[in-house]
Design a protein around this ligand. Structure first.
Ligand SMILES: Cc1cc2nc3c(=O)[nH]c(=O)nc-3n(C[C@H](O)[C@H](O)[C@H](O)COP(=O)(O)OP(=O)(O)OC[C@H]3O[C@@H](n4cnc5c(N)ncnc54)[C@H](O)[C@@H]3O)c2cc1C
Length: 392
């Protein structure tokens, strides 16, 4: 077994959208940084999820001089809020300054890998295992890992956990330091990537048979989301059932079956772990918080975290000023709670308004009234637009 010890300034654990964005911002600013990712590059390049980079994150990439290298074109400025097949188009307005950009998470990750590794010679180590974290305040932090060459250790100044909800970073923090706040919605989504584009407006659909959405994922593809039971798995949802349910929930017999590329089952949960730091370890993205995908905010929150964290790390490394770093968690948490609130609002509204078996007729009617208010009240519409665009 080979054992190598190296040094760097920042070790980022996790090469998903938050880890790669942070590493790109640091590398662009001249801060030495290594990313440890447990999967291989090919796997990271094909993992599909989010579809829109909201206006706040677009401004961030513009500020760092990266928007045109990393992001796609403008996004649809409309949402079709459908109830039992009857559509109402919600207009997000045409103000360019507050627009998000279309960019699937996969596109963004691919562009980040190209920019960071191929463009800047960044240090991303794929297919690592057994990551361990030493952050006990006794000397410089140290991250251990193994790969096909043997075991290694990196001595560093700061560690950033960007390794998602099930990573090692948060788990390395001693019991009693973090408080976890969570809410379970009691149902899941089947997420199906299909070979059929959105032909009209992106759809968020309420139905007596459960929630359904169709969102764009490129010129030929879209992602359908179908509310399902927490216990459901692939065996419960053959492709024929997926298409039958889509037709039923959208009340549209004209929809034709198409190829289903993949199916994911996502339990809907909201979680915040706070504070998002311990000594020289900082948590970002899904490692620190989860939102249900209904509000499309998970990736965007991850980008917000790493924007704040990159600036704070720069101050600490370049100017030896730790003030912003010490305040990192306090700085980002208010915005995280605001987006948690929006995501709960969207999730409750879109699901309660549908199948009355979920929360009863009373909640169904109040949820439908909430949806109507978006179309009847300019004040409600304005706030909803700001949330959807990501300028809150
Ligand atoms: C079905 C679905 C739809 C979604 N839709 C949207 C949307 O429309 N808009 C939106 O903004 N968000 C959306 N999200 C949320 C978004 O995908 C996540 O919030 C985002 O991926 C978080 O990025 P991250 O980098 O923090 O975590 P991840 O993308 O999960 O990356 C974590 C990385 O860490 C690696 N890792 C894990 N453990 C280790 C370890 N021990 N050692 C080394 N590496 C490790 C993983 O392999 C992974 O590459 C959706 C999520 C789902 C599931």
């Amino acid at each position: 077994m080979v054992s190598n010890h190296t040094e760097t300034s920042v070790v980022v654990i996790g090469g998903g959208v938050s880890g790669l964005t942070l590493a790109t911002l640091l590398r662009k600013s001249g801060v030495a940084c290594a990313v440890l990712e447990r999967r291989d590059r090919a796997y990271v390049e094909v993992r599909q999820r989010a579809g829109v980079v909201e206006a706040r994150a677009v401004r961030m990439f513009e500020r760092w001089g990266l928007a045109d290298k990393l992001l796609g074109g403008p996004v649809a400025q409309t949402i079709d809020y459908r109830v039992n097949g009857v559509g109402r188009i919600f207009n997000l307005g045409g103000d360019n300054a507050a627009q998000g950009r279309f960019c699937t998470q996969q596109m963004l990750v691919n562009n980040l890998l190209r920019e960071l590794i191929d463009g800047m010679g960044g240090d991303v180590r794929f297919s690592v295992a057994d990551v361990t974290i030493q952050n006990d305040g006794d000397g410089r932090p140290r991250v251990g890992y193994s790969d096909s060459q043997g075991s290694h250790a990196i001595v560093c100044d700061y560690i950033v956990g960007c390794d998602g909800d099930r990573g090692v970073s948060r788990a390395s923090i001693p019991d009693g330091v973090l408080t976890s706040y969570s809410h379970e919605f009691g149902y899941a989504w089947l997420a199906a990537l299909v070979e059929a584009p959105v032909t009209g407006h992106p759809i968020m659909g309420v139905s007596d048979h459960g929630f359904v959405a169709q969102l764009p994922r490129g010129p030929q593809r879209s992602r359908y989301y179908l509310q399902c039971a927490l216990s459901d798995g692939p065996e419960d949802w053959p492709d024929t059932r997926i298409w039958d349910e889509i037709r039923l929930r959208l009340d549209d017999d004209r929809i034709e079956n198409a190829v289903v590329h993949d199916k994911d089952f996502v339990p809907l949960r909201s979680v915040v772990h706070a504070p998002m730091q311990y000594r020289n370890l900082f948590l970002a993205g899904d490692a620190a918080h989860l939102v249900p995908p209904t509000g499309a905010k998970g990736m965007n929150l991850a980008l917000y975290d790493v924007d704040v964290l990159a600036e704070a790390l720069l101050s600490a490394v370049r100017d030896q000023n730790r003030t912003a770093l010490d305040r990192y968690s306090d700085t980002v948490l208010p915005h995280i709670w605001t987006y948690q609130d929006f995501s709960v609002w969207m999730t409750d509204t879109m699901h309660d308004a549908g199948d009355p078996a979920l929360h009863g007729e009373f909640r169904r009617r109040t949820a439908r009234a909430r949806l109507d208010t978006l179309f009847d009240s300019p004040a409600a519409a304005g706030l909803h637009t700001d949330y959807q665009r990501g300028v809150v």
